[in-house]
Each structure stands twice: as structure tokens, then as C-alpha cells.
Design a protein around this ligand. Structure first.
Ligand code: SF4
Ligand code: SF4
Length: 183
């Protein structure tokens, strides 16, 4: 059956009228920042104090876009007569975000909580080579990582916090004890 003349125009006008009454969905970025969920996967932050240079993240990254350099350092024995130890010192930690596919495997596998998702997303570059970000930048992004969610009421204290609290209590008790030369 031949279409009624003008029906296409009427349909088009109906769509226009319907859309005019709806709330606009256009994001006015960069004039207005989008409201993102706090756990948005924007970029990866490095808490380098926790990194032991175990290389697990670099080995597990499917894109091989984590670059780590380190050297070994000898640490004197903790107690007299003890053995010297050696430890890895981080020289370079960089991520090439032109290759990264934001899978989060590096963050999941890090055994020492040194990598975190940050919601920061404004790091576009005009030159792809500038998307390799070094440790200083990754460290800076750590400040944009949201605090972990609160524990459930009655949940067991995390073992790291329990250990730190016990150490702090021991130190406080040792400082409170009167020294022999004061008595
Ligand atoms: S998020 Fe995935 S692709 Fe990106 S650096 Fe981590 S492991 Fe590699
Ligand atoms: S897995 Fe974690 S501790 Fe190991 S090298 Fe990567 S960031 Fe450092």
C-alpha cells in the first residue's frame, strides 16, 4: 500500500516533539565535570612505599605495558651477629596507557597493595608517546584514590591494622615505663 502523503513528515515531527520534552542527556564536558561513581576505573595509582619489586604485575599484564627497573641493595643485619640481607630498590615504574586495556589484573595480583584504581581520567595527550607515565605521576594519582569502604559493623579487624595497633601500644607502654636513671 502506498504511504499516505505527509505521514513521514508527521512521524518526524512527533519524534521532534517527544525529544523536546525529554531531559537533555548531552554532557557539557569540559565546562561541567561528569558525576562519576567513586570507584570509576580512571587511571592506576602506585603506592611505591608498598612495592617490593616482585614483578608480578609486569609478568601478569596481558599487554606487557608495565616497565619496572630496580637494583639490589645490601641491608645491614637487624641485630649484632646477624646476617646481611639484600633488598630490591625501585628505580623505574612506568605504565604505558596507550597500551593498557584497564583490565585491572595488575591491581588484583599485586600481593602488597601497591596499585590502586583512581577515578582521575583527565590525562589525554596529543602525542601517544606521552601516555607512558612514570612513577612520580603514578604516585601523584595515589592522592585521588578514594578511601576504602568502611568495615561492616562487627567485622574482624584487618590483620595489618591489628599489627600496627599492637606495635603502637607496645611503643607507648615502653615510653610510659620510668627509665632506671630516672628512678
Ligand atoms: S590494567 Fe591490565 S593492561 Fe593495564 S597495566 Fe594493568 S594489567 Fe596491564
Ligand atoms: S606486583 Fe605490586 S609489589 Fe610487585 S612489582 Fe608490581 S606493584 Fe610492586
Amino acid at each position: 500500500m502506498a504511504p499516505i502523503p505527509g505521514s513521514g513528515l508527521a512521524k518526524g515531527l512527533a519524534v521532534t516533539l517527544r525529544t523536546m520534552t525529554k531531559k537533555t542527556v548531552t554532557e557539557q564536558y569540559p565546562d561541567a565535570l561528569p558525576e562519576l561513581p567513586p570507584r570509576t576505573r580512571g587511571v592506576i595509582g602506585l603506592f611505591e612505599e608498598n612495592c617490593t619489586v616482585c614483578m608480578l604485575c609486569a609478568r601478569e599484564c596481558p599487554d606487557w605495558c608495565i616497565y619496572i627497573d630496580s637494583h639490589k641493595e645490601t641491608v645491614p643485619p637487624a641485630a649484632p651477629g646477624g646476617r646481611e640481607r639484600s633488598r630490591n630498590v625501585l628505580d623505574r615504574f612506568a605504565i604505558d596507557f596507550s597500551l593498557c586495556m584497564y583490565c585491572g589484573i595488575c591491581i588484583e595480583v599485586c600481593p602488597f597493595d601497591a596499585l590502586f584504581w583512581s577515578p582521575e581520567f583527565e590525562y589525554a595527550e596529543t602525542d601517544i608517546r606521552e601516555l607512558t607515565h612514570e612513577r612520580d605521576k603514578l604516585r601523584e594519582w595515589m592522592w585521588t584514590v578514594p578511601a576504602p569502604p568502611a568495615l561492616d559493623p562487627g567485622a574482624e579487624e584487618p590483620k595489618e591494622i591489628a599489627a600496627a595497633r599492637k606495635t603502637a601500644e607496645k611503643l607507648a607502654a615502653a615510653q610510659a615505663e620510668p627509665r632506671e636513671d630516672e628512678s
